[in-house]
Design a protein around this ligand. Structure first.
Ligand SMILES: NC(=O)c1ccc[n+]([C@@H]2O[C@H](COP(=O)([O-])OP(=O)(O)OC[C@H]3O[C@@H](n4cnc5c(N)ncnc54)[C@H](OP(=O)(O)O)[C@@H]3O)[C@@H](O)[C@H]2O)c1
Length: 285
């Protein structure tokens, strides 16, 4: 299922972009903070299966496995039947690379590892204390102008930094990628979710099932049963039923990879959404 995003249709900066509600995360593909080539076959199998199932949005970062996640993602795409143009690839620049020349270099390195000419979306992975956001965006804007990056976004940005980013970016900020899941409402409380929903910015919810640590309470269990779905599928459906919210779960397990993909088609009623909101607002925070 695709999520149609239409930016600013009432102004001259019309911007149309179609993104799937559920993409595939790559943290732990190829290692964790450093590359671990002993896990390549498992990682490539997960990526191949995700491509086969039909995922088209892949989220990676120069930081993941110290670049090796990008190596493997590129390799999996090249050996699949899926055309590069049919995919939406997100990568991220590391907080220590936010100076002008370092941003340009970081993007070059990501493209070299991916063996791709461009990424669809390039994010600032985390804000850095003392960063000069205007300088970073000078480099990011150049990457867009040069065609190496199609769209820009940020990650882990609070409302103030998000608004600053909008003012420095020559193209619309497409997303703020933040932690968001049933038990974690930090980005509701800080106003980011509402602001994004009102300003045509996607919230990309990361760690949506948080390594299976979502407690299956009575409400989640009952709703899962009613939909013949797993509680984790309902946790994903709860996210992407919300306007302007997409998500990027990660899994090595083919069963979970398929279940997560299919969760985009689960339709929760307004009452079920409300019950899930209430269950966590009242009991789990
Ligand atoms: N921007 C940022 O700062 C940031 C931070 C963290 C993550 N991210 C991105 O967000 C992606 C997702 O976050 P994440 O990897 O931290 O956490 P996650 O996707 O919420 O959780 C992944 C874990 O949950 C399990 N899992 C996934 N689907 C499942 C299902 N249907 N049923 C049961 N277990 C399931 C997986 O185990 P199995 O392998 O056994 O299925 C894996 O251990 C990352 O891969 C990364 O791309 C971004």
């Amino acid at each position: 299922m695709k999520y149609e995003i239409i930016h600013n249709t009432s102004t001259s900066s019309v911007h149309r972009l179609t993104l799937p509600k559920i993409g595939f995360g790559t943290w732990k593909i190829g290692g964790e903070s450093s590359a671990d080539p002993t896990t390549d076959s498992v990682s490539l199998a997960a990526l191949h299966f995700a491509l086969e199932v039909g995922y088209t949005h892949f989220d990676t970062a120069e930081m993941y496995a110290n670049g090796h996640a990008e190596d493997l993602l590129g390799k999996a795409v090249r050996s699949s039947k899926v055309k590069r143009e049919a995919l939406f690839i997100t990568s991220k620049v590391t907080p220590s690379h936010l100076k002008y020349k370092l941003v340009l270099k970081a993007c070059e390195n990501s493209l070299r590892r991916l063996k791709m000419d461009y990424v669809d979306l390039y994010l600032i992975h985390w804000p850095q204390v003392g960063m000069k956001l205007e300088e970073t965006f000078r480099a990011l804007n150049k990457l867009v102008r040069d065609g190496k990056v199609k769209h820009l976004g940020v990650s882990n940005f609070n409302l103030k930094l998000l608004k600053q980013s909008q003012s420095f970016s020559e193209t619309p900020i497409i997303t703020n990628q933040v932690p968001y899941r049933l038990p974690d409402h930090a980005y509701i409380k800080n106003g980011v979710l509402e602001y994004c929903q009102q300003n045509d910015i996607l919230v990309t919810a990361y760690s949506p099932v948080q390594f299976r640590s979502i407690r299956v309470n009575k409400t989640l269990g009952e709703i899962a049963k009613a939909h013949s779905a797993t509680p984790f599928q309902i946790a994903l459906a709860w996210l992407v039923m919300q306007p302007r919210v997409i998500t990027i779960p990660m899994s090595f397990d083919p069963k979970h990879i398929k279940e997560n993909f299919d969760a985009a088609d689960i339709s929760l009623s307004a009452d079920e959404m409300q019950r899930l909101d209430n269950a966590w607002n009242k009991n789990d925070e």
